[in-house]
Every structure is written in C-alpha cells, then in structure tokens.
Design a protein around this ligand. Structure first.
Ligand code: MTE
Ligand code: MO
Length: 202
C-alpha cells in the first residue's frame, strides 16, 4: 500500500530542516542564555561603540544616538551554539560591520570584538565583511534583552555563537590574530559549525 501524501510531505519537511543543521547540532525553539559572567547593565547615555587599532588613521566613536542613525538592516539567520543547540530563522536588526568599517581607514586583517565585562572574540576581517556580521540591538522586533547581549551584540551567524559577543562596545583592528576568551581556552580559532570546528585541532 502506498504511503499517504501527508506522511511524505512530513518527511520532506523533516529532511529540509535537517539539511539546515550543521553536524552534531540539534534544534531548539528555546533561546538558552550562555554567559561566562554576570549581565552588565550599561545606560544608553553612557554607551558608545568604538573602533580602535594601531594602524587606524583615526579611531572612530559613535554614541547610542549616532549609532541609531546609521543605515540599518534586518537579518534572518540560523544560529549554532558549540554546546550543540541550533535555532533556525532568528530575526535581528542592526548595522552591518561593512557599514561601520567603511568609516575607518586602516591596514589591519583581524578584528577583536570587545565588550562590557571583559569577554572578547577574534575574527579575520574577511569573515565579517561582505554582509556576514552585524552589531544588532533588536531581536524578533523588540529591543535586545540584556541577558542576550542588549543593548547591542555582535551577530556572526556563520560561526559558532560564541563568536557573537554580547554587550559589544567596539572592535579592535589588528594586524595579527590574537585569540579571544574561548579561543584562548581551547576552542577552535575559526569555529565554523559546518566544518564542526569546536575545539583546537578539530
Ligand atoms: N560578552 C559575552 N558574549 C558572549 C558570551 C559571554 O559569555 N559573554 N557567550 C557566548 C556564547 S558561548 C554563546 S553560545 C552566546 C550565547 O548567546 P545567548 O545567551 O544570547 O544565547 O553568546 C556568546 N557571546
Ligand atoms: Mo556557546
């Protein structure tokens, strides 16, 4: 006896969902909070975003209001945490790193994202340019919650989610690659979920 249509359709959907999941990941509809320390609370009046670095012709700084006036985009992306949960189709709003980095002149090849609280992550410039990384301040149409990195966090969905620095306050542009918080504790320097680069040596 042939299979009912509904069953084939269901299996088809399951397959396409799995196709979006990197190896070793499982789907969740929750939004787990993963923070290596307490949630910092910076008032918007005191918040700024800076780009610094030794090769910079001039460092750059935006206040919260200036940051809000920058060209904004909506991002829909799948996120993948190294602890194996993935969340598909999350929606964010913010400013592309292309937009921010177009406003500085430099000779660097790497970025180190720094934040309130001391956490950091490192990424090659070519992994954050070309519409691949954003500073986001809105999640699913609402201001980004403090525990998820509000007022603003980095979003680098094509890397494990530890690269998406919460409470981000700026970028250091560097000529050499310097490991961030997890990268210096044994996690992979690149952290590509599709290559399952969880730990050093993967
Ligand atoms: N500043 C800061 N950013 C951070 C972290 C952190 O501990 N501090 N944890 C990272 C890790 S391991 C993950 S999986 C995500 C978790 O983001 P969420 O708490 O919004 O799910 O934030 C990343 N960014
Ligand atoms: Mo994580």
């Amino acid at each position: 006896m042939s299979q009912p249509m509904v069953s084939r359709g269901f299996r088809g959907r399951q397959r396409s969902v799995e196709a979006n999941l990197p190896p070793g990941q499982y789907l969740t509809n929750d939004f787990p909070v993963l923070s290596a320390g307490p949630t910092p609370r910076t008032q918007l009046a005191k918040w700024d975003f800076t780009i610094v670095g030794t090769t910079l012709v001039q460092p750059k700084r935006w206040t919260w209001d200036e940051f809000q006036a920058l060209p904004r985009v909506t991002i829909q992306a799948d996120i993948h945490c190294v602890t194996r949960w993935s969340k598909l189709g999350t929606r964010w709003e913010g400013v592309a790193l292309d937009t921010l980095l177009a406003r500085v002149q430099h000779q660097a090849r790497f970025v180190i994202a720094y934040c309130d609280g001391g956490y950091s992550t490192n990424l090659p410039l070519n992994e954050v340019l070309g519409g691949k990384a954003w500073v986001v301040d809105s999640y699913e149409g609402a201001p980004l919650a403090p525990e998820h990195g509000g007022p603003a966090r980095l979003l680098v969905p094509h890397r494990y989610f530890w690269k998406s620095t919460k409470w981000v306050r700026g970028l250091e542009l560097s000529v050499d690659d310097r490991p961030g918080f997890w990268e210096s504790l044994g996690y992979h320097n690149d952290g590509d979920p599709w290559r399952e680069q969880r730990y050093q040596g993967d």
